[in-house]
Design a protein around this ligand. Sequence first.
Ligand code: MG
Length: 385
Amino acid sequence: MKLKKIVILGSTGSIGINTLRIIERFPERFKVIGLTAYQNSKLLEKQVRKFSPRYAALDKKHIPDFQKIFGKSLKILDVETDLEFLASLPEADIVVIGMRGSAALKPFLSAVRSGKTVAPANKEALVIAGDIIMQEARRHQATIIPVDSEQSAIFQCLNGGKRDELKKVYLTASGGVLLNIPQTKFDQLSVAEILNHPRWQMGKKITVDSATLMNKGFEIIEAMRLFDLKLSEIQVLIHPEAAIHSMVEFKDGSIIAQLGITDMRLPIQYALTYPNRIETGLKALDFFKLKALTFKEPDFKKFPCLALAVDVAKKQGTLASVLNASDEQAVEAFLDGRIGFTQIYNIIEKVVSRHRVIAQPSLTQILDADRWAREETEQLIAKKR
Ligand code: MG
């Protein structure tokens, strides 16, 4: 068995932590060679002690401390400037992208251009520049194995037929914390209540995106990019039990679903061991406890962020970059208590409607749109105070 050498971008977030839990169980299969974090230097220090990577990147201000602690045994890098270098290390086999936000775009491209196997949990890079990423992946024979649970499910289901036999993808959504709460109550909920997701343990930003269903909207765009799907080939299904992580319908009417417990270690491990499967040590899905699988149509009126994302998916171009950047800023403002919950949509919608779309944008135009949207969003947030 060849030892797979792994770089984890964002090792102190929930994806990074779960990736390391898997690697720890299989030291004969995997070796960590690079870890990165921004401010959580304490956890990164523990991870470096335990996994002894060759490289670690973090915020500049923590670098002197790290140099004192680890001396020459560790190559210490700056997380702001050195991620592209780390993502393209000649000795790396797999690059796991656990970091969130559009900051992942450049290292993602760097990994792809180096022909790596890339395991992205990050959806922002695919949402804003998925066309460019997929094009470069083909050109450099990089393999992209998505870690986002729905995309992993679609990827796995597609093994059940040929790509040109695909008819439709069912993208499932648990419905988030607000599924059974009337819209009129949304603004009365505290940030902590919004963060209390019923099915998945995730970072704060994505948990708010799950409450607004913007996350599902991003996943529509992500799936379009990853699997070269038309918008009309994707059906969002609200599925509160979250047992089915997505499904693919083929031409003959056969539908293949991927089911499992809601634990991110499943899709992460699949990406690390692909095309093989090995045991996870996790408990299996219990159908007797589950009892029923239920489905509902999404309510676009109650969750306007989903409708907005669908509209953006239709228009494409730089608009996806604007949607993503505006959402990042607005959700951050909500988490800081600067705006209310329903203002998240109101603000993003204004920014999206003001944007002049550029079709088939270059990377520079995508990043310009990102910057423009952040400024525009911040101005609207400031006015709301
Ligand atoms: Mg997901």
